[in-house]
Each structure stands twice: as C-alpha cells, then as structure tokens.
Design a protein around this ligand. Structure first.
Ligand SMILES: [Zn+2]
Length: 261
C-alpha cells in the first residue's frame, strides 16, 4: 500500500497570512482533512473517480463535521462543511441577519446583552459558512486563485459584497424590516430580489383590497344595498374582466342591477 504522503499532496497557503488557517471556514487550523478521506482513497483510485488527493488544513470543528463526508474534491467538501455550519448555527445566523445596530441600541441592557451574544456568534457563523478559502500552492504551483472571489449578492442590479450589507441597504431602500426579509429568504430560495418583489406584490394587493372595500362600502351606503351583495357582484365583474377598474365595475353594477329597481 502506498504511504499517505505519496497519495496525498499538501494544500499549502500561498500567502503567509493564511498559514495555519482552516481552508473551509477561516478558523485556526489544527487538523488535516483528506480529500478524499483516506479510507476511500483506494475506491476512488480504482473507479478513477474525481478526487483532488489533497491534505487540507482544517479546524477541529470542520474536521468533525466532515466525518461523514466521503467526497473527493475540496470544493465539494467545503460545500458540505458550509451546509453543516449554516444548519448548526441557523438560529444565531438568523439573529445576526435580522437585527440592526440601531434596533439593538433601543433595547434595554439585559435583553440587548443576550441578543448581542447571539449576534456575535451569528456573525462569526455566517462568515465561516461563507468562507471563500484562500490562494494556495500544490507542489510549489499556485492554483485555484479564482476560488477566492466570493459571489456577490445582486438585488435589482445593485451589487453587494455579502448578504448582511444587502439586507441593511434593501431594508432601508424599500422600507421592509430586515427580519421580514430574512424570513422571506427561506420561502424564496435565498433570493433577496424575489423577497422584495413578493413583498411589493403583497402590499399592492393589500392596497387594492382596501380600495375595493372602501368603494363598495360607499356605493352600498349611497344606493342602500347590502355591502356583501355589492362586494360579491363587483368581485364577479372583476373576475370576468381583468381590464375593469373598481369604479367601472361599480358603474356596471349600477346600470345592470340597481338603476331600474
Ligand atoms: Zn474550519
């Protein structure tokens, strides 16, 4: 059997600042992760399956989280870790994304203190679960420099470096609470733009319903009809003809059903 050193090359940080850093999350590295795991090396080799065959510096937590991961590529292993980290720290990450510094400043001391602790853990967990890795060398040649670019968050053609800054800006710009945006992310596949659009649509529908109620109620009073009858009739007209405005539907109701009574 081949010795590990010959089967696995060493992933080595290209810059001194990244020495002893976990390639997966950016914490201090104390362990070595093997891509693929040593127990699976033979099977990857026999199947000629894609494997980086690298020793990767990793922290204790990432090393533990990777215990069940049999993947052979560093990128796949990183994604595995990020998913696990995001799930494990989902609560503090949500706290971090939801709360703004201004809101914190308004809380009383005890509550602000407990939220603040969650916020710091959330910020750290969010950063770790999005860590882009660093430039590294294998056998003296720099590889994978392109991996270092984290994906920007795009919202209506505005570009943000990370989700938190996007949330802060979008919340201000569109007058939607950060907490509401974060809750929407789960329903919209983490697409912030879709969350904003859905919110605007909801607002428009709510506004339309208020206008409909007000117009029907005024009509019912004026012509001494029951509000329920007026609302049902108008809704039926509107359902049949999408082009119709509320006023036109009311007029139609008047011409067809009210005037000759
Ligand atoms: Zn780590």
């Amino acid at each position: 059997m081949t010795a590990p050193e010959q089967r696995y090359r060493v992933l080595c940080a290209a810059s001194g600042a990244d020495f002893h850093t976990c390639f997966y999350c950016g914490c201090v590295a104390t362990e070595l992760d093997f891509a693929p795991p040593r127990a699976h090396w033979q099977s990857f080799f026999v199947r000629q399956a894609s494997a980086d065959n690298l020793q990767v510096p990793s922290c204790k937590e990432c090393h533990t989280l990777l215990k069940g991961c049999a993947m052979g590529l560093v990128e796949q292993r990183r994604e595995w870790v990020h998913t696990k980290l995001a799930a494990k720290y989902a609560k503090p990450i949500a706290v971090y994304l939801k709360w703004t510094q201004e809101e914190l400043a308004e809380l009383d001391y005890g509550f602000a203190h407990s939220i603040g602790a969650g916020l710091r853990l959330g910020e750290e967990s969010h950063r770790r679960s999005n860590y882009p890795g660093f430039r590294y060398e294998v056998d003296g040649a720099v590889v994978a420099a392109s991996l270092v670019q984290p994906l920007p968050v795009m919202v209506f053609e505005q570009r943000f470096d990370d989700l938190k800054s996007a949330l802060v800006a979008v919340s201000k710009q569109y007058q939607i609470k950060q907490a509401k945006l974060v809750e929407g992310l789960a329903d919209h596949d983490n697409n912030l733009e879709a969350v904003v659009l859905a919110h605007q649509q909801q607002q428009q529908q709510a506004l339309y319903r208020r206008q409909l109620r007000a117009a029907c109620s005024a009509f019912a009073k004026q012509h001494q009809q029951s509000l329920r009858y007026v609302t049902n009739s108008v809704e039926r007209y509107l359902d049949k003809d999408e082009e119709l405005s509320i006023a036109e539907a009311l007029d139609k109701l008047y011409q067809e059903r009210v005037r000759h009574r």
